[in-house]
Design a protein. Structure first.
Length: 384
């Protein structure tokens, strides 16, 4: 089976799955990058993977571009994300097995679903393929909601996502090592409005008022940086809230392993949120907003993580306070989360499930995790 994966640029969030598919398929697997990595990502510490053996940079020269077009037509299976459909134009005419993958369509608001221009735009992108051999890998638990609204991909939508690197660790030893240490919370994101770093600082304010022994480490940079420093000073949080700036991904993972909780406060604009995978895989208990695309797929509330109503600081505080009050409960959630990511939502499982899905002519017999049937997600799914 030959499989080709098209996307914009290749990065550390795509490499773990690519490595697994290459392990299973060898030279029958190709990842086509259609643009170079933007400077903003390079400056943020993203690794250059240009020497990856299965990577084809279609933008580098005409020969590579022609090869990408050929793969788009001749491969047994094609997966295409943020890339031009011109690469698979002829494939679509021949109705060959093709998978799109996408985050939710209506990120800004559900009111977009009533905008005729938005509906027509999404119809042209997706609904026109409802009767074709084109299927959808939902890289958000809310993708199916949006696609059902525009009547696209009926009975052809499957759970998907981003699959970060998983490393086998002694999870019990990791938990034991931080058992008697002050409670440490980590926040990792660009410091921009829809990531809501201000909620993390408001949370710290409430925790300090309750006289909890904790620290909050904020990693990232962005336009809100100065206003966040002002908040920290105004709330007198300098002794417990630390802004660390940008640090390398490997250092972030190490900090996750020594932290007790990961606070993830993005709103519905967070299509997936791969840091959720990383935190769970590194023994850091997740406290996350319910609107983040990954959360309904990855988290069973109160079993392998905590979920709060998006934007609700009081709900976020209540969930975090429970972890501070019951450290054994916090530890058990971390263990369960590690098991979820390293088994059900690992790159290895995703690669295997995807090839099984293709071999079964896109009728999924998988009951859980990647490539299982994607149903719509209710607005109150997290209230358990």
């Amino acid at each position: 089976m030959t499989v080709t994966f098209f996307s914009n640029f290749f990065n550390h969030h795509q490499k773990p799955l690519g490595d697994e598919l290459y392990h299973l398929l060898g030279d029958n697997y190709t990842f086509v990058a259609t643009i170079p990595m933007p400077d903003s990502f390079s400056k943020s510490g993203y690794t250059d993977f240009s020497d990856t053996p299965y990577l084809l940079a279609s933008y580098q020269n005409e020969e590579n571009h022609k090869k990408a077009i050929q793969l788009g037509l001749e491969s047994d299976v094609v997966v295409i994300g943020a890339a031009s459909l011109q690469f698979i134009k002829e494939r679509l005419k021949k109705n060959k097995l093709t998978f799109r993958y996408a985050e939710r369509m209506f990120k800004k608001s559900n009111w977009q679903k009533l905008n005729p221009r938005a509906i027509i735009n999404q119809y042209k992108k997706h609904t026109v393929y409802r009767d074709k051999n084109v299927h959808m890998l939902c890289a958000s638990a809310y993708t199916a909601n949006d696609l059902k609204w525009i009547m696209a991909y009926p009975n052809k939508m499957y759970k998907w996502g981003y699959f970060t690197k998983t490393t086998e660790i002694d999870i019990q030893q990791l938990i034991t090592a931080k058992k008697n240490k002050p409670f440490s919370i980590i926040f990792v994101a660009r410091l921009i409005d829809w990531k809501h770093p201000e909620i993390a600082i408001e949370l710290a304010k409430l925790l300090k008022e309750k006289k909890y022994d904790f620290e909050l480490n904020i990693i990232g940079s962005g336009v809100m940086e100065n206003s966040l420093h002002t908040m920290i000073n105004d709330f007198n949080l300098g002794d417990c809230v630390h802004m660390l700036g940008n640090i390398a991904n490997e250092q972030v993972l190490q900090l996750m392993q020594t932290s007790h909780a990961f606070f993830f406060s993005s709103d519905r604009n967070e299509g997936w949120g791969a840091v959720a995978n990383e935190a769970m895989a590194n023994g850091c208990t997740l406290v996350a907003s319910h609107e983040i695309g990954a959360i309904p797929y990855l988290v069973e509330p109160n079993e392998n993580g905590m979920v709060f109503k998006s934007g609700n600081i009081n709900d976020a505080f209540n969930k975090m306070e429970r972890l501070l009050k019951d450290r054994d409960y916090c530890d058990q959630l971390a263990v369960n989360a590690y098991q979820t990511i390293t088994s059900t939502w690992s790159p290895k499982t995703a690669a295997s499930n995807f090839l099984n899905l293709c071999a079964n002519n896109s009728h999924s017999a998988i009951k859980k995790g990647p490539c299982s049937i994607a149903e719509t997600t209710s607005s109150n799914w997290f209230k358990k």
